[in-house]
Design a protein around this ligand. Sequence first.
Ligand code: NAD
Length: 251
Amino acid sequence: MIKVLLCGCSGKMGGSVISLANESEDIKIVAGVDTVIKSFAFPVFSDFSGISVPVDVVLDFSNSSAVYGVLDFARKKNIPAIIATTGHSEQQIADIKAAAKDIPIFFTANMSLGINVLCALAKQAANILGGDFDIEIVEKHHNRKLDAPSGTALMLANELNSVFEDTYSYEYDRHSKRRMRPKNEIGIHSVRGGTIVGEHEVIFAGHEEVITLSHSAQSKGVFAAGALAAVRFIVNAEPGLYDMNDIISKQ
Ligand SMILES: NC(=O)c1ccc[n+]([C@@H]2O[C@H](COP(=O)([O-])OP(=O)(O)OC[C@H]3O[C@@H](n4cnc5c(N)ncnc54)[C@H](O)[C@@H]3O)[C@@H](O)[C@H]2O)c1
């Protein structure tokens, strides 16, 4: 049985992970960390100090402000960490990458298999189309989401930018500048409303033709399933930085 400490256990993703883990035969949530203490079948702590429960993996679906607590705890216990939270600063991302030199870290803004396939297809399209097509990314999420653009939109933009050797800049929502669109740019646009789970569109707009690749997550269960797959993957991994591509390439 893999023993998991779930940071953000009182949140929406936390609930989804707990339900799926309860149905699984090999993963058990043995403790939680959350600033909001709710009653669960496992003990919940308000921070990482004083957690005495034996743990194999830390899984974080909380808030970017929790990242140093997650990393310090995982380092001290010498166990892997899965960081599924989004909205980290550049410094926090650099620190996550640095910690991966000591412990295994699984870090992805999107745990769904489908979005990672979308990402691979979009990169393939960018490779074929080159700089001739303008790239715009549109993401839509529920009205309770805190960060914008979504971590997934940034992940897609970064992967597409890598095709062009990171020479493209990002333009967010296009309201602040009045000018024609330059070629070496990726537009990123956020929509927030209702209960939308998560939608991402990558638009390649060329001369008199448009290609749109899209993914729609229909429940949070897809992210929870990906998180449990990440738990199984990382529990015996060597120190290093991993993401969904490491799971996909094993399938
Ligand atoms: N990687 C993915 O596939 C994926 C998928 C969905 C959501 N997310 C991300 O996961 C995070 C959580 O999403 P959610 O929809 O469950 O949000 P949520 O607001 O419902 O839950 C977040 C939980 O974290 C707790 N929290 C906040 N700050 C904390 C801290 N410093 N320490 C401990 N707990 C803290 C909150 O009290 C809350 O219970 C967000 O960053 C979201 O973007 C990632």
